[in-house]
Design a protein around this ligand. Structure first.
Ligand code: KIV
Ligand code: ZN
Length: 519
């Protein structure tokens, strides 16, 4: 049987938080963080987890492999271009997954063919067919994506989809890569393809939308109304540029408007709030208060008339119940009579890793807070737990950075840092000023971690653009990420490393052996 096909009619939820979501500025995650998100996605009961893009970096390969070994319910897949190396790495990364899959993509719009790929339509058709056939020799679960489908010629799109199906694809995804489509138009594209593609009824049709015009969720629902049965989305809608379709919004729209749409997903909606909070904690990006479904104000009734109505009959102003999303009613969590057990289970519900927190100390502080405050909200608890480790979050601080570079002399850096408030300076030379700065910083920190990944993104345009640097460092079996943003790329790089060193300090502090030795 086609592995993507189930006789039951429901909307499959394909989560790409760990791949397209991670491409959002500042959302880089390390392996452990990705695993924590993947476990939460499994609790959410999503159908597919896109764990990364194996060929993009050794770090991505590693985290896909670890996700594949950890997750047993959802399909775990890796993204791949139509290249031999990409396909082989993707296959090898998901090999150990109980339900492995691969997601092969190539652009189909003339604008991408001409300006990005420099390929003809025939070349693209051949590449797609070859890639799907190659993967099919090893794996049954194959998704094919026609990148920039919404700006592609429908005739060519229908041809390439027919060929991908003939070659063995079970899922055909039609992305609105640039967030350009309008719901009616995007829906019509699905109706057309389902009518004109050969063996269209043998595959699952999938929608993948970006939110550049704020229509990702509306477009995804239009696709469902035209026969799509998979939606690709991310927690909190994070993703490239303005983000992807938001998982919580699309899932709750399907649920709340089942009367109209006639179909639902199988997501355990009660895990949505925890998923949203966990991701927000991991990437350090707060959820905007007015964000649908998971924002702090999503269920807060401020106006007197609304409050009065809700008290009389909830549905006067509420179309969903906060409890359905896993938000405890009015978010009042615990009080002075709550025990340690209730406190720990609330930390877990908030997506916090209780093994990485001094729970006894946090519980003591929580009790003290209960004496001062009548009600203790989730945010109070989060602040309290952060307070518990705040001194470690700023263990290393960058105070000054001077670099010199000239033709014929080795680049040099002089760095001054505060280490637990004490000022220290070190100098170093290196292969470039970033390398020299990193060496000086590590001299001060007194450790020599391995720099596993270093990437620079320009957040704004122009030569004065704000640059964002993400790095991944490994030390003593722990891998942590660091982020830094600055208009000077060397400063951004130094800030990213210092951020990673602080995270390392925090992890070392929470590691079981560190706790046992009291270090
Ligand atoms: O937006 C897009 O087109 C993608 C593809 C790789 C599926 O993310
Ligand atoms: Zn995308």
């Amino acid at each position: 049987m086609n592995p993507a096909h189930q006789t039951e009619d429901y909307v499959r939820i394909f989560d790409t938080t760990l791949r397209d979501g991670e491409q959002s500025p500042g959302a880089t995650m390390n392996v452990e963080e990705k695993l924590a998100i993947a476990r939460q996605l499994e609790r959410l009961n999503v159908d597919v987890i896109e764990a990364g893009f194996a060929a993009s970096s050794p770090g991505d390969f590693d985290s896909i492999q670890r996700t594949a070994q950890t997750i047993s319910g959802p399909v775990v897949l890796s993204l791949a271009r139509t290249r031999e190396l990409d396909i082989d790495q993707a296959l090898s990364a998901v090999e150990k997954a109980p339900r492995p899959g691969i997601h092969i993509f190539i652009a189909t719009s003339d604008i991408h063919l001409k300006h990005k790929l420099n390929m003809t339509r025939e070349d693209v058709l051949d590449a797609a067919t070859w890639a799907v056939m190659r993967a099919k020799q090893h794996l049954d679960y194959i998704e094919f994506s026609a990148e920039d489908a919404s700006r592609s010629d429908w005739g060519f799109l229908a041809t390439i989809c027919s060929e991908a199906i003939r070659a063995g694809a079970n899922i055909i995804n039609l992305p609105d890569t640039t967030g350009y489509a309008i719901p009616e138009e995007y829906g019509r594209m699905f109706a057309y393809m389902r009518q004109h593609v050969q063996n269209a009824d043998k595959v699952i049709w999938s929608a993948h939308c970006h939110n550049d015009l704020g229509m990702a969720v509306a477009n995804s629902l239009a696709a469902i109304q035209n026969g799509a049965r998979q939606i690709e989305c991310t927690i909190n809608g994070i993703g490239e540029r303005a983000g992807n379709t938001s998982l919580e919004e699309v899932v709750m729209a399907l649920r709340t408007r089942k009367d109209l749409l006639g179909i639902e997903s199988r997501v355990n909606t009660r895990q949505i709030y925890s998923a949203s909070r966990l991701l927000s904690q991991v990437i350090g990006q707060p959820v905007p208060p007015n964000k649908p479904i998971v924002g702090d104000n999503a269920f807060a009734h401020e106006a007197g008339i609304h409050q009065d109505g809700v008290l009389k009959y909830k549905q006067t102003y509420e179309i969903m119940q906060p409890e359905d999303i896993g938000i405890p009613s009015n978010k009042l969590v615990l009080g002075k009579h709550s025990g340690r057990h209730a406190f720990i289970s609330r930390l877990n519900e908030l997506g916090l890793d209780t093994t990485a927190i001094d729970v006894n100390k946090a519980f003591g502080e929580f009790k003290a807070l209960c004496d001062k405050k009548k009600v203790v909200y989730d945010d109070d608890i989060l602040a309290l737990v952060q307070e518990e480790t705040r001194h470690l979050a700023d263990w290393f601080e960058l105070a000054d950075l001077r670099v010199t570079s000239a033709v014929g002399i080795a680049p040099q850096a002089e760095v001054t840092m505060r280490v637990n408030k004490e000022s220290r300076t070190a100098k170093s030379t290196g292969d470039g000023i970033v390398d020299a700065s990193y060496k000086a910083i590590l001299k001060i920190a007194g450790i020599a971690p391995v720099l596993e990944r270093y990437s620079v993104k320009s957040i704004t345009g122009g030569t004065d653009a704000l640059g964002e640097v993400s790095c991944l460092v490994r030390h003593d079996g722990m891998t942590v990420s660091g982020q830094g943003a600055h208009s000077d790329i060397v400063m951004a790089s130094a800030l990213a490393l210092v951020n990673a060193l602080n995270r390392l300090k925090l992890r070392t502090h929470h590691a079981p052996e560190a706790a046992a030795t009291g270090s």
